[in-house]
Write a protein that binds this ligand. Structure first.
Ligand code: HPA
Length: 262
């Protein structure tokens, strides 16, 4: 039975058809993951959840143990990871509540442990031309249609270190570089998954206009309302995605290390 991981907020577990069976604490050579993994079943598929910021949302983005989180999934036998994250909207037309199926990454993080290959296991350079699994991306798009959830079909995720938000000038520059949304957790999650030959795909929910994008001041109440409405949409999207994931992978993610070693 193939195993699929979901990294996201803890509001995503209550999905009709998903039966949660147990939670599991996992130790890794890199320390402890953000929390226990919650293991469930959806039909004949095993789904394993991890709240990225911990169950009580007390781990800030720059303190997340990304290596432990991804290693833990690998240890549990996960072959695919669906990542859900909140972002600021940069691209014109994006507004709070919009859902973006990501297809590219601009990595602006600076201080994170971002590889499993520090020399001991050999020198490894994974191909990262397309950072998200193309097969999972296609499944997400198909699932969105089936669920009747409107999504933006592509988007470049700018990963920043945080925890501070950006300056207006930074956001303007990211926009000129082709960035569509900005968030603090998308990297190194994506590349670490590739290093362990796990498929990884990202769906982002626009929580706010990125700094300086909108002159109108956004209220917290508006953002909370948009996020609440989109949680229901994300849950429908995940439900259809689980149902569409095939047993066998046809993408190249499972062989990412094949020609990556020196
Ligand atoms: N910037 C960075 N990360 C974020 C934002 C933002 O505006 N919104 C949600 N996560």
């Amino acid at each position: 039975m193939s195993k699929t991981g979901v990294i996201g907020g803890s509001g995503l577990y209550e999905i009709r058809g998903l039966v949660l069976k147990k939670s599991k604490r996992v130790n890794t050579p890199f320390g402890r993951p953000s929390d226990q993994y919650l293991i469930g079943e959806f039909g004949d598929r095993e789904i394993i959840f991890l709240p990225r910021h911990g169950k009580h949302h007390n781990i800030p983005p720059h303190m997340i143990n990304y290596r432990a989180n991804i290693w833990g999934f690998k240890k549990l036998g996960v072959e695919r990871i669906l990542s859900v994250s909140a972002v600021g909207g940069i691209r014109k037309g994006l507004k709070p509540g919009d859902i973006v199926i990501l297809d590219q990454i601009l990595d602006m993080t600076k201080n994170r442990a971002s590889t499993f290959y520090d020399g001991e296991g050999g020198v490894v350079h994974i191909d990262f031309t397309g950072p998200y699994c193309p097969e999972l991306r296609r499944i997400f798009l198909k699932a969105a249609k089936r669920a009747g959830v409107s999504v933006k079909e592509a988007g470049t995720y700018v990963a920043v270190e945080g925890p501070r938000l950006e300056t207006a000038s930074e956001i303007r520059s990211f926009g000129m570089l082709g960035g569509d949304v900005v968030g603090m957790t998308g990297m190194p999650e994506a590349s670490l998954a590739r290093e362990l030959e796990i498929c990884y795909s990202g769906v982002s929910v626009v929580a706010n206009y990125a700094a300086g994008i909108n002159r109108r001041k956004l209220t917290v109440a508006e953002v909370m309302e948009a996020m609440k409405a989109s949680t229901e949409k994300i849950k429908s999207l995940l439900k259809e995605t689980f149902a569409l994931i095939p047993e066998q992978r046809k993408c190249a993610c499972g062989e990412a290390l094949k020609e990556a070693r020196i």
